[in-house]
Design a binder for this molecule. Structure first.
Ligand SMILES: Nc1ncnc2c1ncn2[C@@H]1O[C@H](COP(=O)(O)OP(=O)(O)OP(=O)(O)O)[C@@H](O)[C@H]1O
Ligand SMILES: [Mg+2]
Length: 354
């Protein structure tokens, strides 16, 4: 469905399929996009007495994937063009200097979801803990012995393509990591020209991919800065626990510097609250704080609930959504992946119109 086809009737179908009354729908919409619409306004849009504002249409089209079966709003599909091979892949850094907030879990599940939606995906494990590598069933130690890891690519100038392996039944690519990457920060610090190394090395393969997702380590060191310097978008997973939101200002500050000095195109895709327990009042308070403090600067995605399925599947060596496509939080992952596809389509349409 296109923007112009999104009529009052389609909006009503979306609302009803999500079991919202008009009042509830207005409250939800206002919370999501920071407006003050009331139920009368919703009613006027639905019966065609007033046109739906463009921002509301765009937002609801983008939400399509969380609409249950039976609604007529399809999820966005990546626009393919003849120029795909020559196009630089879109790069997404998954960043938060706080540890254990869900970066790796987001990276592998998003990678899987985007690949299952038909995108050519490369996941880059940029963390010496090599969790994404293990999560995707690869053996970081063996790959290190073969000198086929991110460390060897960026610091020994090994060809990038030689280190990429196919994972998840060949669905997408992984540039793996190993403990050796822990040497990288010191080595990168010693070389003043090293902050664009990752960009340079990904450049070698990026015509092969639509999207490259970089799983960053829990710090704002040189490897993370390399990731920010080459990315189009940044996704910030934030655990909804009391201390978690405190790290966002420092990250925002770092990102502002990167944007000013090296990479003006980088944008925040959004903040993704993780491990959310709706029944815990403290989680609700933290989520409220995140929305209040950051809602006008970044999109706040629907929180991913806390679920034991996530640690279980990391142990099993495959993305949760691969074995459990309807796991709690699947809707949030669809929301993030569809937002990304919508932005990639905008870029592609913009480039086509130049
Ligand atoms: N929605 C969730 N519900 C419950 N547990 C989760 C959820 N998401 C992730 N986890 C678990 O939380 C732990 C930390 O997640 P993850 O490794 O993705 O975080 P991280 O930010 O990448 O950590 P690090 O900073 O160490 O790299 C893991 O054990 C993971 O399985
Ligand atoms: Mg991690």
């Amino acid at each position: 469905m296109t923007h112009s086809e999104f009529t009052g009737e389609a909006m009503k179908a979306f609302r009803e399929a999500n079991t919202f009354g008009q009042e509830e729908f207005a409250l939800w919409l206002n919370e999501q996009i920071g407006r003050k619409y009331d139920r009368n306004r919703i009613s006027r849009w639905e019966n065609g007495n007033e046109s739906i504002p463009a921002n509301v249409k765009l937002f609801l089209l983008d939400k399509a994937s969380i609409a249950p079966r039976g609604t007529s709003i399809p999820a966005p599909v990546l626009i393919r063009t003849d120029g795909d091979k020559a196009r630089a892949a879109t790069k997404l850094a998954v960043v938060n200097q706080k540890g254990g907030v869900g970066k790796t879990t987001c990276t592998v599940n998003l990678g899987y979801l985007l690949a299952s939606k038909g995108l050519r995906v490369l996941v880059v494990d940029a963390d010496a803990q090599a969790n994404a590598t293990a999560y995707l069933g690869a053996d970081g130690y063996a790959l290190d012995q073969e000198e086929r890891t991110l460390y060897h690519v960026i610091l020994k100038d090994k060809p990038t393509a030689d280190s990429i392996i196919r994972v998840c039944d060949g669905l997408f690519g992984l540039l793996p990591s190993s403990l050796r990457l822990s040497q990288a920060d010191a080595e990168l610090a010693a070389d003043p020209n090293s902050n664009l190394l990752l960009r340079e090395k990904l450049n070698e393969v990026e015509g092969e991919y639509d999207i490259i997702i970089i799983d960053c380590p829990p710090n704002l060191g040189h490897v993370t800065i390399n990731a920010l310097n080459c990315s189009d978008y940044v996704l910030v997973p934030v655990q909804t626990e009391p201390m978690a939101a405190l790290g966002i200002p420092m990250l925002h500050d770092t990102l502002s510097k990167v944007k000013r000095r090296v990479n003006p195109k980088v944008e925040i895709l959004g903040i993704l609250p993780t491990m959310f327990a709706a029944s815990h009042s403290v989680d609700q308070v933290v989520l409220g704080q995140i929305k209040e403090l950051w809602g006008d600067r970044a999109r706040i995605f629907t929180p991913i609930p806390s679920s034991t399925l996530y640690p279980q599947s990391s142990y099993a060596g495959q993305p949760t959504l691969m074995g459990e496509p309807k796991a709690a939080g699947a809707g949030s992952y669809h929301e993030v992946s569809d937002a990304l596809i919508a932005l990639m389509n905008e870029q592609r349409q913009g480039a086509a119109n130049v």
